[in-house]
Design a protein around this ligand. Sequence first.
Ligand code: ZN
Length: 318
Amino acid sequence: MALVETIRGPVDVTGLGTTLMHEHVFVLSEEIRQNYPGYWDEDVRVADAAAKLTRAKQRGIDTIADPTVLGLGRDIGRIKRVAALTGINIIVATGLYTFGDAPMYFRYRGRRSGTGGQDPMTEMFVSDIADGIAGTGVKAAFLKCAIDAEGLTRGVERVLRAVAQAHLATGAPVTVHTHPASRSGLVAIGVLAQEGADLSRVVIGHSGDTDDLDYLAEVADAGCLLGMDRFGDTDPAAFGPRVKTVAGMCERGYAASMVLSHDTACFIDWFPHDDALGGNYTQIHDHVLPALAELGVTAGQIETMLVANPRRYFTPPP
Ligand SMILES: [Zn+2]
């Protein structure tokens, strides 16, 4: 039996079922929310999230992996309140999301990258995985970091190395937010490989943002999973190029190297849009899977991307 931690405790990896590998429940600017709470009603938002996730569960989604970490407003107590109202499995993460500097908290603490020794960031990530998060009793089951168009800034490199070290210490897999237009997935792979990470347990997220199949093949050939994870658009017409890319990679034999997701959130406070637009967790089932089938992607390949690959990713190493 191989167990993976979820918001409700450990479950056997064979019970994960259909898994969307990059979905947020909430993305919040927590310090802004606390000081300017006019846009926030906790009870309404929790009930709304539970309703949206219940719709996803009814549509056939058993599990979501939520990479909401420090920098994105993680609050596991709030996710527990949502989970108590819905049957879907939620796997939570630890790590840090920045495109530039690490938060000021870390500036004067511990060693910078390249100077040796343990970064206090690493200890925090390991503790979230091994002991649980902030007294909630919930353990993180994967690690998240980011590298965007800004490239390998000092802060980004520090987080990547801390994440890799926590991965080595715990065996937890890794998801990286990347920016394919600047091929930043390959930069992340270079740093993670240097730290000795197991690249077969790394998702290079947002890979579906490009239609450069040669770049995608290079990332997959390094051993990583490609996160084809931005199907959250409200307008299915926008999916055309992304669907073609997934189908093209299946045709090249890469179904075992891809996972699917929306990268949506029930509520994100980054945008001034109508919050009813959030939480489109069923676009893949409603629109993407039929479109993939039309392009020749088989039911077996879809099962591989939605069930087998997530299960392999979350299976702890021996
Ligand atoms: Zn995301």
